[in-house]
Design a protein around this ligand. Structure first.
Ligand code: ADP
Length: 231
């Protein structure tokens, strides 16, 4: 049996005296799955994402990603974990505007100490694969939203992450660019990339997710295989 990419057991997160942001959640995600996390505002989606990314620690329970106990990492270990094992994509791209497209994509490899020539090869390959090789020398500010998100996805994939985490990746895009990013994520998952995405975009969940999880008040109230993925 393969090792799960995400294994969350009995995990809770409480803030002060308030009700738990996450309450005794169990979640196992297997290699090759694409999981959409849905739920109303305040239901715990960001809390879950932050725990998986090692940006926050649970109040109880464990968070294991790619075999690593993320909840036990210190600050340096957690930063290294994010560089080496996960890729993150955000609603507003989070690209560095004073670096070219290529340099943005190279950044994670530089931080991880990948030899320059190898990193350049990988970046060129990714940019070509994601259809943005025409813009390698451009600055992000000159690109459309959809193109910027493609660059952000290329950057996220640079270090071959076990898991791609996406937080509302179509949230800031117009319909056409949203379709473009939906297609891109669906294609990556078809190629075997494990993805967990938080979204309000039901079309994205339908197009790209093989499984949908719904959170309400910090609990998983629904966990369904969405076999409708057209592949
Ligand atoms: P979602 O991403 O689904 O909108 P969140 O995970 O952001 O939900 O929030 C879940 C709950 O935890 C909410 O009730 C929110 O107010 C609370 N919460 C989140 N972050 C904090 C914080 N830093 N301090 C106190 N309460 C928080």
């Amino acid at each position: 049996m393969p090792q799960p990419v995400i294994d969350i057991r009995g995990t809770s997160r409480t803030y002060g005296e308030g009700p738990p942001a996450l309450a005794d959640v169990n979640l196992t995600v297997w290699p090759g799955e694409s999981v959409a996390v849905l739920g109303p505002s305040g239901s715990g989606k960001s809390t879950l994402l932050n725990l998986i990314a090692g940006l926050d620690r649970p109040s109880a329970g464990s968070v294991t990603v790619d075999g690593l106990r993320v909840d036990r990492l210190g600050e340096a270990g957690s930063a290294k974990y994010r560089r080496a094992r996960i890729g993150m994509v955000f609603q507003f791209f989070n690209l560095l505007d004073d670096l070219t497209v290529t340099d943005n994509v190279l950044l994670p490899a530089r931080l991880a100490g990948v030899p320059r020539a190898e990193a350049r090869r990988r970046a060129a390959e990714l940019l070509a694969h994601l259809g943005i090789d025409r813009h390698t020398a451009a600055y992000p500010g000159t690109l459309s939203g959809g193109e910027r998100q493609r660059v952000a996805v290329a950057r996220a994939l640079m270090n071959r992450p076990a898991l791609l985490l996406a937080d509302e990746p179509t949230g800031a895009l117009d319909t056409a660019s949203g379709d473009d990013v939906r297609e891109l994520l669906t294609g990556l998952n078809a190629d075997g990339q494990t993805i967990l995405l938080v979204t309000h975009d039901l079309r994205l969940a339908e197009a790209c997710a093989s499984r949908t999880i719904e959170l309400v008040d910090g609990r998983i109230v629904r966990d369904t295989a969405t076999a409708a993925v057209a592949r």
